[in-house]
Design a protein around this ligand. Structure first.
Ligand SMILES: NC(=O)c1ccc[n+]([C@@H]2O[C@H](COP(=O)([O-])OP(=O)(O)OC[C@H]3O[C@@H](n4cnc5c(N)ncnc54)[C@H](OP(=O)(O)O)[C@@H]3O)[C@@H](O)[C@H]2O)c1
Length: 246
């Protein structure tokens, strides 16, 4: 995709991967707005308050962003919550509901409010954010993985719905990236800087690649095709032993 002179909204851009992506886009000469529940002023970025679990908040944020930026042409649905769960303890349902509300319904809700605007311009890019876990579960993060698999599936359908409108749909498939939360869970996670270097290169390809998959996510993305799925899933199930009573 063209990476300059665009107006980009990154919902879920107030920290982690989203914030770094926002800085990279801004550095390349794009106007960038970041959204989250607690937006704080950031050099070179504009911000909007948005809670993707709240339909009223999403509509209000949409109106605010489009009033200030009628030329908005890139929407990134980055908001996500990652929680580990013990599926033998029914109390996990509260966390499961939170992840479905944010990661899946939040993604759908944000796309819904901006799609008519992008179709009206006959141009634009929607970038959803799944994960390597969408293609190979990590059982300690059961609902998280399920929401990301759903985001992948939804993205494929969205692309078909928007075919011929001029609006392209791409899916970011991050591997484990060492944001503060992930660094604690996975010491092998790639640094945010290295990850974003790779993403910016992959994003620059024309026409935009359907799936923007960093190298570290490739073994997960293609495990089923490569015949490594069962072995990797077994290995990724080992951390369940760290749960109380296992
Ligand atoms: N880090 C990884 O290893 C990794 C791997 C694969 C995929 N991902 C995905 O990449 C995305 C970013 O993750 P990250 O690791 O950078 O996490 P992060 O630093 O925790 O960022 C999460 C972002 O989501 C926003 N958010 C959370 N709940 C929200 C809500 N209800 N409404 C609006 N925004 C909300 C947060 O903003 P506020 O708190 O201000 O609301 C924040 O901007 C997520 O979708 C995650 O699933 C991450």
């Amino acid at each position: 995709m063209r990476l300059t002179n665009r107006t980009v909204l990154i919902v879920g851009g107030t920290s982690g991967i989203g914030l770094e992506l926002a800085h990279r886009f801004a550095k390349d000469g794009n106007t960038v707005v970041v959204g989250g529940r607690k937006p704080e002023p950031q050099d070179g970025l504009q911000s909007v308050r948005i809670d993707v679990t709240d339909p009223t908040s999403v509509l209000r944020a949409r109106d605010e962003v489009l009033a200030a930026h009628p030329d908005l042409d890139v929407v990134v649905t980055m908001s996500g919550v990652l929680l580990t769960e013990d599926l033998r303890d029914p109390a996990h349902i509260t966390d499961a509901e939170n992840m479905v509300a944010t990661n899946l319904l939040g993604t759908i809700r944000v796309i819904d409010v901006f799609t008519p605007h992008l179709i009206g311009r006959s141009a634009g890019t929607i970038i959803t954010v799944s994960s390597g876990i969408a293609f190979l579960p990590f059982p300690l993060m059961a609902t998280y993985g399920a929401t990301k698999a759903a985001v992948h599936s939804y993205t494929e359908s969205l692309r078909a719905h928007l075919a011929g409108t001029g609006v392209e749909v791409a899916e970011l498939v991050p591997p484990a990236v060492a944001t503060p939360a992930m660094a604690k869970l996975n010491p092998a996670a790639v640094s945010v800087d290295d990850y974003l270097d790779e993403v910016m290169e992959l994003l620059a390809v024309e026409p935009t690649t359907r799936e923007i998959i960093a190298e570290a996510a490739l073994p997960l993305r293609w495990a089923e095709r490569d015949g490594t799925y069962a072995e990797l899933l077994e290995r990724r199930s080992a951390p369940l032993k760290t749960l109380p009573g296992r």
